[in-house]
Design a protein around this ligand. Structure first.
Ligand code: MN
Length: 187
């Protein structure tokens, strides 16, 4: 666990006061995971989290994940969360950071489709509710680098391998090829 990544997470929370996890679990799957948590805090929002480099990269999405292709919603980039936060559901006590109820809205694995230089990510989610492709774009809305966009992408047509087959024609020859798998036509 990259301890440094979670500094801000720990700074905001008191381990003795909140039931939230603090990154002690070392469990790891083969596929990176994602989770979307419905967080009924001071303001209802959805927390979108992607496993990245041993922690959960996180965005708070006030309007929830956009479902219509082309639709985009504000996604406020927040501090990394520990990996085991992905399993967290429960009550964050009054007076604590993010006080309110957390429920897992969806979870599953994802594929990283593209990672842009500026930090933008395109991911294909395989969840229980969500199946499809979303882009996270560091759009700096209102000049604030925390203000990203999450965009529902149109699904690309299923990738079909392009193979140019030659039509199967009989070939004239003086010698018969050996082995199984050959058919002969007498000319
Ligand atoms: Mn939250």
């Amino acid at each position: 666990m990259a301890t440094q990544k979670l500094q801000e997470y720990r700074r905001k929370r008191d381990e003795k006061q909140t039931p939230e996890p603090f990154g002690k679990s070392k469990e790891r799957g083969k596929q990176p995971i994602f989770v979307i948590q419905r967080h009924d805090a001071r303001r209802l929002h959805y927390d979108f989290r992607l496993e990245r480099d041993g922690a959960l990269a996180s965005w708070a999405v006030p309007k929830g994940v956009p479902l219509e292709p082309g639709q985009q919603h504000l996604a406020v980039h927040v501090e990394d969360h520990p990996l085991d936060y992905a399993a967290f559901e429960g009550e964050i006590p009054k007076g604590e950071y993010g006080a309110g109820t957390v429920e897992i809205w969806d979870s599953g694995t994802y594929e990283l489709v593209e990672e842009k230089r500026g930090g933008g990510l395109t991911v294909r989610l395989h969840g229980k509710r969500l199946e499809g492709t979303w882009a996270l774009v560091p759009a700096k809305l209102s000049g604030d680098p925390k203000n990203w966009l999450i965009i529902r992408k149109r699904e690309a047509a299923p990738a079909r391998e392009r193979v140019d087959y030659q039509p199967m024609l009989a070939t004239l020859t003086d010698e018969l090829p050996h082995g199984d798998g050959w058919l002969f036509e007498v000319k």
